[in-house]
Design a protein around this ligand. Structure first.
Ligand SMILES: Cc1cc2nc3c(=O)[nH]c(=O)nc-3n(C[C@H](O)[C@H](O)[C@H](O)COP(=O)(O)OP(=O)(O)OC[C@H]3O[C@@H](n4cnc5c(N)ncnc54)[C@H](O)[C@@H]3O)c2cc1C
Length: 403
């Protein structure tokens, strides 16, 4: 590696993980981590959970204390945007006009929230960054009426946190059911019941027609069924768009994200990509994952491969979500399945096991960390899984790991 070193665009989970891993692997050359947010790298999951609830201090969000970067000789440029990649010259142009040379470049630009029409009205908020969370936390005053648009994990978590903070919450989902894109009807049912029991006015199969406002501030919404809803605040949880524009402008292939091969390499062998911005090969197709686990694992493989390791990235998807007093942990990807087997645990614990034939694809474990741990191991091991044993609440799941 020459002294041109490694440049990483995006100081989020993936960018941070790659920078750390490069040093762990003994890379002695320069590492520059470029982030357009003012804060050093931080974790996003608590933003819609403990941080929004005021249960987690700001300092605890940061992935490492500020001194870490100097100690590990990582140049962290915050509040700085990469505006252009010059592939021929192997340079990244920065918003301050400087051009940084690289020998290897990692794109870890993440994703940004999709915006609602009317997003420019005051009181219409999104939930992606620390600044977004601070805005929402400040706006969340008890008694206010909050409309959450979108029944995915971010929307459901925002709704749960807002109820705990004393707001009156309505959540609308245009699809026939919440979590429609990511989970089986059984899991949707579980979370619908949970939210309804805690007072969320949850409406499915109804979307947003348009927002209403007065004096530049949101006052409510008209829904696709013609009903009108007053609201003091609106949170959009309608998904994200991968930040691919830099890569596209540089002529790199993008397909639902910056396309990489199994080595986390883009169409340019000097440029790698990792995290939410990336689509990668998966079982004959391509997928893009939005999870901390993927951001870390992919970034670490990319780091190793930037140093010439030749490691294949084998995604082991896992995810979690906290809503009210339920911790959902997901192992695997539920995409291709032909049936779902329910296993009842103690009290509110329950898990949904997604099968394709006798192969386990994924498990949603609600308040059942033991099931999650076993499921992860079963999925890693592969092979047929006895669905009857899974369905029997008295069975010992460790039997699935034997043999
Ligand atoms: C509220 C919330 C809750 C979540 N909860 C969970 C959870 O419970 N479990 C889970 O697994 N995942 C969760 N996620 C998802 C998880 O946080 C993401 O998958 C993860 O942060 C992805 O990391 P990343 O580094 O790819 O992208 P990001 O974290 O988005 O980081 C990318 C960074 O790059 C910056 N950037 C983009 N373009 C440029 C540029 N040109 N120049 C400089 N900087 C640039 C961006 O501003 C951003 O700071 C949650 C996400 C959110 C928003």
């Amino acid at each position: 590696m020459t002294d041109k070193g490694v440049v990483i665009i995006g100081a989020g989970q993936a960018g941070f993980s790659a920078a750390s891993k490069l040093r762990d692997l003994g890379h002695g050359g320069p590492i520059t981590l470029i982030g357009n947010e003012p804060a050093p790298p931080y974790q996003r999951p608590p933003l819609s959970k403990a941080y929004l609830l005021g249960e987690m201090a700001r300092e605890r969000l940061f992935l490492r204390p500020p001194g870490f970067y100097a100690e590990r000789d990582i140049t962290l440029l915050t509040g700085c945007t990469a505006t252009e990649i010059r592939r021929e010259a192997r340079q990244v142009v920065l918003s301050d006009g400087n051009a940084l040379p690289y020998r290897r470049l990692l794109l870890a630009t993440g994703a940004r929230p999709r915006l609602l029409p009317g997003a420019d009205l005051d009181g219409v908020l999104v939930m992606r960054s620390l600044a977004d969370a601070d805005r929402l936390a400040q706006a969340c005053q008890p008694g206010l009426r909050l409309l959450v648009v979108g029944g995915g994990y971010i929307g459901l978590e925002a709704a749960a946190s807002a109820v705990k903070l004393g707001l009156r919450v309505t959540l609308i989902e245009a699809a026939p059911r919440i979590l429609n894109r990511v989970a089986a009807p059984q899991t949707s049912d579980y979370f619908r019941d949970l939210h309804l029991s805690r007072g969320v006015d949850l409406r499915e199969g109804v979307g947003l027609a348009h927002l209403t406002g007065a004096g530049g501030r949101v006052t409510g919404a008209v829904l696709t069924d013609g009903s009108e809803l007053p609201a003091d605040l609106v949170v959009a949880g309608i998904g994200v768009l991968p930040n691919i524009e830099l890569a596209q402008a540089a002529g790199l292939t993008c397909e639902n994200g910056i396309s990489t091969d199994e080595y986390c390499r883009t169409a340019d062998p000097a440029i790698f990509a990792a995290g939410d911005c990336t689509s990668f090969p998966w079982r004959g197709g391509r997928i893009r994952l939005e999870s901390v686990g993927n951001a870390i694992d992919q970034a670490e493989v990319a780091a190793a491969n930037m140093l010439g390791a030749g490691q294949v990235y084998q995604a082991k998807p896992w995810f979690w979500s906290d809503q009210f007093d339920v911790k959902l942990q997901i192992a695997g990807l539920s995409g291709a399945h032909d049936r779902v087997v329910t296993r009842l645990g103690a009290g509110p614990a329950r898990s949904h096991w997604y099968f394709d034939g006798d192969r386990l694809q994924a498990v949603d474990a609600m308040n059942d960390p033991r099931v999650f741990m076993v499921a992860k191991r079963v999925l890693e091991r592969g092979g047929p899984v006895d669905a009857a044993l899974v369905a029997d609440p008295a069975s010992d799941l460790r039997a699935l790991l034997a043999g």
